[in-house]
Design a protein around this ligand. Sequence first.
Ligand code: ME8
Length: 512
Amino acid sequence: MKTFYVTTPLYYVNDVPHIGHAYTTVAADVLARWKRLCGEKVFFLTGTDEHGSKIAEAAAKVQISPLDYATKYASEFKRLWVVLGISNDDFIRTTEERHRKIVQFVFSRLEATGDIYPGTYSGWYCTPCESFYAESDLKDGKCPTCGRAVEILNEDSYFFRLSRYQDKLLKHYEENPDFLQPNFRSQEIINFVKQGLKDLSVSRTRVSWGIPVPNHPGHTVYVWFDALINYITAVGYPMDSSPEAWDSFREFWPADVHFVGKEIFRFHAVIWPAMLEALQINIPKKVFAHGWWTVEGQKMSKSLGNVVDPHKVCDEYGVDAFRYFLLREVPFGGDGDFSQGAVLNRYNAELANALGNLLSRTLTLIAKHFQGSLPSSAYGKLSLLSDLKPLLSRIQGSYDRLAYHEALDETWSLVFRTNKYIDEQAPWKLGPADKEKLSGILAECSNVLQILAVLLAPVMPEKSAEMWKQLGRTDSLAAAARALLKEGVFHPELAQTIQKGESLFPRKGRWK
Ligand code: ME8
């Protein structure tokens, strides 16, 4: 069975999650669900990044231990993922013992191979980004990534020999043009590496909240070096040479895709593959850096008080509408703006008026004229979807390129086309003498709606299950999806009795 390993970043636990965190996790979830529907064995990992000065400082402010603080916020992430229907197979916390062991093992191993060596660090550090900068990197004396104040650090440190991997990385980028995506972001990484890589400080003496460096008391592991390793911890990176352990690790490693935001692309595109080269294990197949959301045109920030709470959006519009909006609004990879107007417009135009209305018109007519059950002969000569195979292959291609908005565009072209078909056929004008024609029209619509339920399952799992049920299907959607996506065939269940229920997307007014 083909396997597929997808990850999100491990989020910092200094605060509650917001729509930016929800975005990456929903994108990964949709891909995981799509791959499962295609019959692949998926491992979907998310989790929390809990060490370092950022968390230690946040915990100190409220006078609780960093671990208690981390536990509290990790549970906020877990709670949100349940609400958002996230189907992760694992949730890793960097404070777990399974992770500590691997980080210490990796550190010692790289020290033994000479890839980690002792020295003295002198330079600038940004705590919110947990990042080191040379004087020349700073912008107006501030952090080049977040614009906040940086502090000077002079301390004994262990260094990872990143410079040793410069040529290997450049060769890897060249030979694997799909490794760094989207393409318009990869050139920046290549230029950065071409300018020359400096060795990276990977231990801290002034931060006690971290994984202790083995055999060097007083040093803790740099939080990024620690956190990146999670991706191999979770799939059982072996600490011995047993062939069974390596087989089991290799079932999912190398990862198929790491999803990250654009601000942490470099860590995943440069440092992480260099660490893996040093460990002599394969580099992930793809790192995809998506863009950033602003809110009503402004950068989202606590000080501006405009941080959007995903729970609130879900309360207002429902979980699936939120998931849909995130992936439909912005071409994946680019930046986007989250505004109440944009959510409301898409909700009413695409969900309530287009999809919801198509379902409700179809079910109403089936109930009214056929007591809820179309004769199976009605499905005999379906013609509306003569181009089903090319449509499916375009959707498949969109998912392969992680172009979610295109997959949804294709899907909605079917919704719009079917609504137009009903308008043109005007089944409400047909009388009792036209029952055969009427049943044929409704069978076309019911067939399309069943296919739509399958195609929408990754993005809108709850609504798709609801559609499936209302259309009268009692069998497994997953099984029908496999037949559809693998073989391109779809069998409408014949003579099923519909279960018309609540409106799928009741129209909304402006939210308060
Ligand atoms: O960087 N728009 O964690 P983090 C879109 N712990 N996505 C956003 C966003 C926005 N406005 N804000 C945040 C870290 N994100 C490290 C990662 S990985 C080994 C360690 C998303 O809590 C986006 O995915 O700051 C971004 O990369 C991530 O949250 C940063 O989360």
